[in-house]
Design a protein around this ligand. Sequence first.
Ligand code: HEC
Length: 445
Amino acid sequence: MNWIWAFSAFGVVSAIGVISSAKTAPIDPPKPATAKKTAAKVSYANGVAALLNDKCVSCHRPGEVAPFSLIGYENAKKWAPMVAAVTHSKRMPPWKAVEGFGEFEDENRLSATQIQMLKTWVDAGAPRGDKKLEPAAPTFPATEWSLGTPDILLAPTKPFKLEADGEDVYRNFVVKNTSDKPIYIRGTDVKPGNRKVVHHVIIYLDGMNQAQRYLDRVKDGQEGYSAPGGGVGLLPTGSLGGWAPGVAGRLLPEGTAFVVPPKSNYIVQVHYHKTGKPETDLTRVGLYTTETPPTREMNLNWIFNFMVNIPAGEKQHKMRQTFTYQKDVTIYGAMPHMHLVGKDMKSWFELPDGTKKSLVFVDDWDFNWQLVYRLKEPMAIPAGTKQIVEATYDNSTNNPRNPNNPPKRVTWGEETTDEMFLLITYYTFKDASTPRPRSIIGQLR
Ligand code: HEC
């Protein structure tokens, strides 16, 4: 299937984008009878290079999201002990969806055999093996845009200046859209300018020029505006998805597209986290368009539960939200979103006939890896189906990611140290003539 995905949940732009294209020959697990013999022969040339090329170098290469390259023997050897350690602990490759609960494009995980192979190789001193047998490193597009040069670029004209200290900043960069025809968006790719400070990016639509009243009041001389209390300060009329660590540029499934109505302005919201030093950032969003109207318009269903209120010290705080679809829809994927005390999030469907269908289950939530999980096969869901979202939070000292020590009560909010309950589902209506929901929140009630 040929999809692009705009939004890896708010992550690693082109990094994940490449994973799917970097698929090389799978590594054959050694057959039991010859396991010993095969294991003894593991070398960079025999097995390890192919595995790293397939599973790691989409991110671990120059200019990409990972801090070092794993291309070529020298790099692989230098990092060998850590490679064994992080694959054993399943920290790498970063893929958080539980196996067997939903099937996804871009799934990137290692089998037990592959993890063992890396350990065997490292234990043997990370040998190179026969250089002539080394597979060639995979090739990547020369442009920084993994989907090619964007048709529309959304970006401020000057870098945004961020102060050293203080609260998080939500800056909303408004890009005017003068087109009097609808624009069909097949895909989105986000390039955060300064990854030290960009926490996530969301692209909203403002169909009624509501942002103007904020722009008129900006006093700091910079582009965009910050609304009181964070966020965009208005009810967006739509969204094109966004970026968070882990998200890759992707095209939507064939025949689907986001539709930007005539003269609907874009708002690129960048959530900044300060570093203690003054910083600058110029985040860019690339849009990929098509002239052909989609057979189905892509929509996003934002399932929130705003009642987040987690007592200090609570280890297993559970929350739940249910959404009922009023029409027949097709589901394409989902992006869970929580902050730092979130532990797991699970979503599934309960059909009117009682059948249950898995969507996604992230059991080891990591704020740094917020992915869009794109279903391998789109899923048809009849009207009357309930979508259930459940989450668990650990607000105790057991949670190494807890921002408060000692723990404090945590409630809903936009700051990273506040908490959220949100799952965004990608869907289309079966009946293509169904009018688009008027706002992302409006879809919920
Ligand atoms: C989606 C992108 C991505 C993929 C795929 C990926 N990595 Fe990483 N890796 C990162 C990023 C980003 C970091 C630095 C941040 C972090 O440690 O989480 C990292 C860090 C690491 C580290 C350093 C860990 C540390 O504690 O500092 C090692 C070792 C590593 N990766 C190995 C691998 C191996 C081996 C694979 C393949 C089996 C792999 N990575 C696949 C993005 C990726």
